[in-house]
Design a protein around this ligand. Structure first.
Ligand code: ARG
Length: 275
């Protein structure tokens, strides 16, 4: 069965404030170009054997196109399909969350609401599954808070799913998905400079092969790719990244996301895989 993936059209996508360092120049978005790039991403996902689902964009929610952040999507033998709603740092992004929660509720997902209080948790921006669903890696420090991640850990522990907190230290890697990309159950792509030393050491313990990106590759979102049925969708490709992908049996597919990079996001940020 085709892997289902959720995206949101960039109909209202804009750069209106500075949520991360990539947005500091406030470069205006070319929305038609953004629409074409988004469409190319949809086609690339379909070509990689995925079935694309969409959620309707809402006016005034300029970042709703980044479908990775509003909920954390999971699956568990006992709990079935579930989502954990995010508590986003930025006000406009908080308003995206109910739209996504409704979308998932209507499709039968269980909603696991954490009592986040004043903590933050930003969905798959900071929370990534091990490819075999055995564990969750959880970045914190810029967006998700340490105690937010601990609250997720408490809830997931009850389901028997371990959560591995990882402290992030590079403002250009403000979300874990900018510096951490599982390629398969044994190999991961990381940018080491994004992590506190003890977190990097912890992370290494879980993988047979840790492939390292350079700062330049990471800051150009080459670690924010999408793995789908033997392809690695990436916004840019260096000979170095290409050789890593070949070693892991993945075929690189370059998909331009220049408009979305103005907002500090790229391919991984623009979708959520459904279990
Ligand atoms: N402008 C968005 C923000 O700062 C970009 C989100 C990127 N998403 C991601 N999963 N890294 O919130």
């Amino acid at each position: 069965m085709a892997k289902q993936v959720l995206l949101c059209p960039p109909a209202y996508f804009e750069v209106v404030d500075q949520k991360n360092p990539y947005m500091s120049e406030m470069i205006p978005v070319d929305r038609e170009k953004a629409q074409r790039q988004w469409q190319t991403l949809c086609s690339a996902l379909e070509q990689a054997g995925c079935q694309v689902e969409t959620i309707a964009p809402a006016p005034g929610l300029e970042d709703m196109v980044f479908a990775a952040n509003q909920v954390f999507v999971g699956f568990h033998e006992k709990a079935g399909k579930f989502v954990v709603p995010s508590r986003m740092v930025h006000g406009s992004r908080q308003r995206e969350v109910p739209f996504y929660v409704d979308w998932f509720r209507k499709r039968g997902f269980k909603i696991i609401d954490l009592d986040l209080g004043s903590d933050y948790l930003e969905g798959h921006g900071d929370l990534l599954w091990h490819p075999d669903w055995s564990r969750i890696y959880a970045g914190y420090g810029f967006r998700s808070t340490q105690t937010g991640v601990e609250k997720l850990r408490d809830a997931m522990t009850k389901l028997g799913i371990p959560v591995v907190p990882l402290r992030l230290v590079d403002p250009y890697c403000y979300h874990l998905d900018t510096c951490f990309c599982p390629l398969n159950s044994e190999a991961v792509l990381v940018y080491p400079g994004a992590y506190a030393a003890e977190s990097l050491a912890t992370l290494r313990g879980f993988w047979k092969r840790v492939h390292e990106l350079t700062a330049d590759e990471a800051h150009k979102f080459m670690g924010n790719g999408i793995v789908a049925n033997g392809s690695y969708l990436t916004p840019y490709l260096t000979p170095h990244l290409e050789s890593i992908l070949r070693q892991e049996g993945l075929t690189p597919v370059v998909v331009d996301t220049s408009e979305f990079e103005k907002s500090g996001g790229s391919l991984f940020c623009m979708k959520a895989f459904l279990p």
